[in-house]
Design a protein. Structure first.
Ligand SMILES: *[C@@H]1O[C@H](CO)[C@@H](O)[C@H](O)[C@H]1NC(C)=O
Ligand SMILES: *[C@@H]1O[C@H](CO)[C@@H](O)[C@H](O)[C@H]1NC(C)=O
Ligand SMILES: *[C@@H]1O[C@H](CO)[C@@H](O)[C@H](O)[C@H]1NC(C)=O
Length: 410
């Protein structure tokens, strides 16, 4: 009896160890904590798959648990005044310094876009709330955190359009006046899918002939920037990395565009491009835009272009795939040239590393001033891990460096 229990215990232990253990590179700090955190995310993902299979709740519906679990009700405190508002019909949380520093002194502003693959996340999650407060107090800034609508209930371009409406509304003299913001000191920023939206709105504002007030800077934290090539060296190198494995990123991309599962399978095989993509592949050619240290271990081959009949359900989507509002890397140099100064954060252990690095190269070639901060032991999503029990030292380092850059450039 006793020995049976011991055996059962050992088997369970081995199974748990096998399940928890994920091949996390040795140089990542707080490895075991990351393994456990990742184990939680993987378990949730399996549960979500299972739930979808049983027809209970769809995958993203279950994954939303993370968003709900970290949800807070942002409230004013002794330093920061917080209010829920509608900017042109879009839900935003506005954080402002409670105390004026000097009479008539105008403040900076940051429009912040949360991450979560366009499908998850909320400006009302603990880590985003904390980050906004830190920005308000350290930068004496107004922070507008945008609660854009999410896929799959609202596919592209709705999340983009929500953000664009907020920016257009905020960048009006009367509105800036109301919040005592200096029109020359407004930034757009976001992490992951929020970085995608930030890059996209920065580009579209430049194209808008009626837009008088411009953004001063854009700060992109491990942004997603292109949907054409999902086999860049970083996608290959980091396909099983914690927090954002390649399969999850592919799921986010496909669900941003459609609930049709065939796009997911096509993207997983990197075979989702139709004839429309052909003219755009040169903008994401990683053998041209990545430093040799990243590209040399991999052999470049352009993603295949499918025939129109082979990708029938995707035909409808080919315009979305090559739309720069979804993939900001797909614009010609002439459009990049006029973009605001940029801060781009990338992590080594991230499928999206090369999206960010390629944008750094392309923006610099177009003459834009770019600060590139690369974290050699960084992993995707790290900036969010500021709260116990999933607090990582690297998160605070990232936030401090990011805020310092804003301090010096906004
Ligand atoms: C990609 O870039 C390399 C190096 O610049 C070049 O030789 C190759 O023809 C390019 N391929 C495509 C599809 O643009
Ligand atoms: C790249 O191509 C070379 C020459 O064909 C081959 O030896 C090497 O194994 C390839 N590397 C990868 C990562 O596929
Ligand atoms: C294709 O586009 C049409 C018109 O925009 C739309 O009505 C239809 O639902 C789309 N089909 C799919 C599969 O997305």
């Amino acid at each position: 009896m006793r020995s049976k229990a011991v055996i059962l215990f050992l088997v369970l232990g081995a199974f748990t160890a096998y399940y928890v253990y994920s091949p996390i590179p040795d140089d990542i700090e707080e490895r075991w904590k990351l393994m456990l955190t990742d184990c939680f995310f993987r378990s949730l993902s399996h549960l979500a798959d299972f739930s979808e299979l049983l027809g209970l709740k769809d995958y993203m519906g279950v994954m939303m648990f993370v968003t709900f679990a970290e949800r807070v009700v942002p409230e004013s405190d002794e330093k920061v005044q917080v209010a829920d508002e509608l900017f042109d019909g879009v839900d935003v949380v506005v954080y402002q310094p409670k105390h004026r520093r000097g009479a008539g002194e105008k403040r900076r502003a940051i429009i912040y876009l949360h991450g979560g693959g366009w499908c998850l996340g909320s400006s009302r999650m603990g880590p985003y709330d904390l980050l906004a407060r830190q920005m308000v107090t350290e930068l004496n800034a107004v922070v507008v955190s945008v609660e854009y609508r999410l896929a799959p209930a609202h596919h592209f371009p709705i999340p983009f359009e929500d953000v664009y409406r907020v920016i257009k509304y905020f960048l009006r003299l009367d509105v800036l006046e109301q919040y005592e913001v200096d029109p020359g000191r407004v930034a757009v920023s976001g992490d992951s899918a929020g970085g995608n939206l930030a890059a996209a709105v920065a580009q579209q504002l430049q194209l808008d002939p009626e837009q008088r007030i411009k953004l001063k800077v854009q700060a992109l934290i491990y942004p997603v920037l292109q949907a054409l090539d999902l086999n860049t060296p970083s996608y290959q190198q980091n396909q099983h990395m914690p927090i954002l494995p390649r399969t999850l990123m592919v799921r986010f991309w496909s669900q941003y565009f459609t609930s049709d599962k065939s796009l997911y399978w096509a993207m997983l095989a990197n075979g989702h491009n139709g004839p429309e993509s052909a003219a755009f592949l040169k903008f994401v050619n990683w053998s041209a835009f990545l430093p040799e240290s990243y590209s040399q271990a991999y052999n470049y081959s352009a993603p295949p272009i499918g025939g129109s009949e082979s990708s029938e359900p995707l035909d409808n989507l080919s315009h979305s795939l090559t739309d720069p509002r979804a993939s900001p890397l797909l614009v010609p140099d002439a459009l990049l040239r006029s973009l605001p100064k940029a801060y781009i954060l990338t992590c080594e252990y991230d499928v999206l590393r090369d999206d960010g690095v390629m944008y750094v190269t392309r923006l610099r070639q177009a003459g834009v001033d770019v600060t590139h901060q690369h974290y050699p032991v960084g992993f995707h999503g790290a900036l969010m891990f500021t709260m116990w029990p999933t607090d990582f030292k690297i998160a605070q380092r990232m936030i401090n460096n990011y805020i310092l850059w804003l301090q010096q450039n906004l």
